[in-house]
Design a protein around this ligand. Structure first.
Ligand code: FMN
Ligand code: SF4
Ligand code: SF4
Ligand code: SF4
Length: 500
């Protein structure tokens, strides 16, 4: 007999029921290459309202009231930033969208660019009106060809309808928008490096002050916001700052998009109200650990974020709680780890990324991250020294305090946070020459147990002939010859090989 089953509604699925979509509200629901579909979902209504019934100060006030903070990493209040740019003297000003999205594995901004480009464009035009800028740039990485194509189509369609260009909504306000493709260097996401790159120079950060609001692109007052930040703006102006401020916590308003990945059942983008508990994201929305093993930690905030251990699963996800716990919101990377992840190796992995992306301009970041990486590599290879932990801690803190830009100021976070919560793993690597997670190959030993059937398969796959034994007899691994490749462990069908 065929059993009838109803297809659950969108809101009945665990993955969606705790989500609240503001920035992603149109993604997957409209054809992003047809402006009519965006307009059908209230698109450009906020712009019409702003240009026909609000003065620039009122627009800024509404954004201030909303409590919107930058979604690109720093969490600076957006309304305040717009106010500084407006107050900065000068007839020519720029609005810039940071669509560089350099964090490995992140695709929050990409989804908006590809799925709802007009939300970003509308947010940028409103920002331009609020601060008195008539020109904008979208700095988007060249590795996002579909995003670039859809942005181009969206700009053309908005221009054709008079929503972009001269005298928008017959208000006398002009705004022109251009796309600048970035070559994909992580440091070009830093705002001063990004502006240097648009100007055609090498993308290297410069000291602040002067801040972009004072002297930005081509020395003109400029305002830079992230894609997700801009995508929230039309809804704030339509539904009101107070509506937005009613979502989230006292100091972190609205929602945040996260890229949920790692050892978790439901991976993908989630948009959740600020203040939601980590536990809810990982176990209710994410469905728990995919491997069936125990949850160990979650890395939040991209390569410069920190690791939060299982004891803090009740932590509310907001800017301040995350900082206090040694992590950060960052742009919204959320990597879940189970008991098989080595926290020392994880810290080495992330530092390897930031170190190789360091532009080399200032000594603490250029030299310091290199020394830290050398130490971490040594520890994971079983060559750690007792003094290494103190050196890592003091180097990490010095690099944070003395680096010129955010890359160096945050690069030590994965190391410092794993030292804070998983110090015992560092100790085990250094003192006992053991990797408790069984992940660092140099610290592993493979053993054949008594339940070996003598099938000889392991002997055949061993690349260095380290295994001896006759058919139907328990085999033996010569530890002097073994190179810890793990091939025998993978090959044995009787679970007769253990590692540790
Ligand atoms: C090394 C580095 C990389 C960054 N990459 C990005 C990025 O890819 N996207 C982004 O929006 N902000 C990035 N930022 C933050 C920006 O410098 C800037 O603070 C942000 O774009 C401001 O927008 P918001 O106020 O809307 O967050 C990066 C910062 C640093 C230090
Ligand atoms: S902190 Fe690193 S990336 Fe930033 S300017 Fe210094 S060397 Fe360059
Ligand atoms: S593959 Fe497993 S069962 Fe076969 S000889 Fe090797 S250890 Fe023994
Ligand atoms: S781990 Fe690799 S080298 Fe060592 S015994 Fe097994 S197959 Fe041979």
């Amino acid at each position: 007999m065929v059993e009838k089953q109803f297809v659950p509604k969108y809101k009945e699925l665990d993955f969606y029921s705790k989500q609240k979509r503001i920035a992603l509200r149109n993604c997957g629901r409209i054809n992003p290459e047809r402006i009519e579909e965006y307009i059908w979902r209230q698109g450009y209504e906020a712009l019409g309202k702003v240009l026909t019934s609000m003065d620039p100060d009122a627009v800024i006030e509404e954004v201030v009231t909303s409590g919107l903070r930058g979604r690109g990493g720093g969490g600076f209040p957006t309304g305040l930033k717009w106010k500084f740019a407006k107050q900065s003297p000068g007839a020519k000003k720029f609005v810039i969208c940071n669509a560089d999205e350099g964090d490995p594995g992140a695709f929050m901004d990409r989804s908006i660019l590809e799925g709802d480009p007009h939300a970003l464009i509308e947010g940028m035009i409103i920002a331009g009106y609020a601060m008195g800028a008539d020109e904008g740039y979208i700095y988007v990485r060249a590795e996002y060809p579909l995003a670039i194509k859809r942005l181009r189509i969206a700009i053309e369609q908005a221009e054709a309808l008079g929503l972009l260009g001269e005298d928008i909504f017959s208000s006398g306000f002009d705004f022109k928008l251009q796309i600048k493709e970035g070559a994909g260097a992580f440091v070009c996401g830093e705002e001063t490096a990004l502006m240097a790159s648009i100007e055609g120079h090498r993308g290297m950060p410069r000291p602040r002050p002067p801040f972009p609001a004072q002297r930005g692109l081509w020395d003109k007052p400029s305002n830079i916001n992230n894609v997700e930040t801009f995508a929230n703006v039309p809804q704030i102006l339509l539904q009101g700052g107070e509506w937005f401020a009613s979502i989230g916590t006292e100091k972190s308003k609205g929602t945040k998009v996260f890229a949920l990945t790692g050892k978790i059942k439901n991976t993908g983008l989630v948009e959740v109200p600020m203040g939601i508990k980590l536990q809810e994201i990982i176990f209710e929305i994410g469905g728990g650990i995919s491997s069936g093993k125990e949850f160990k930690a979650v890395q939040i905030g991209g390569p410069s974020g920190g690791c939060i251990p299982s004891e803090l699963l009740d932590l509310p996800v907001d800017y301040d709680s995350l900082l206090e716990a040694g992590a950060m919101m960052g742009s919204g990377g959320l990597v879940v780890m189970d008991s098989e992840t080595c926290m020392v190796d994880l810290a080495r992995f992330f530092l390897n990324f930031t170190q190789s992306e360091s532009c080399g301009k200032c000594t603490p970041c250029r030299e310091g991250t290199k020394r830290m990486l050398e130490i971490l590599t040594r520890i994971t290879e079983g060559e750690g020294q007792p003094e290494d932990i103190d050196v890592l801690e003091s180097l990490g803190n010095t690099i944070k305090q003395t680096s010129l830009c955010g890359l160096g100021q945050t690069a030590p976070n994965p190391v410092l946070s794993t030292l804070r919560y998983f110090r015992h793993e560092y100790d085990a690597h250094i003192k006992d020459r053991k990797c408790p997670a069984g992940a660092c190959t140099n610290l592993l030993s493979y053993y054949i147990e008594d339940n070996c059937k003598g099938c000889t398969l392991c002997k055949k796959v061993c690349p260095v002939d380290a295994i001896s034994g006759n058919v139907k007899e328990v085999h033996l691994i010569d530890q002097e010859i073994c190179i810890q490749c793990g091939a025998c462990f993978e090959a044995c069908k009787f679970s007769a090989i253990s590692k540790g």
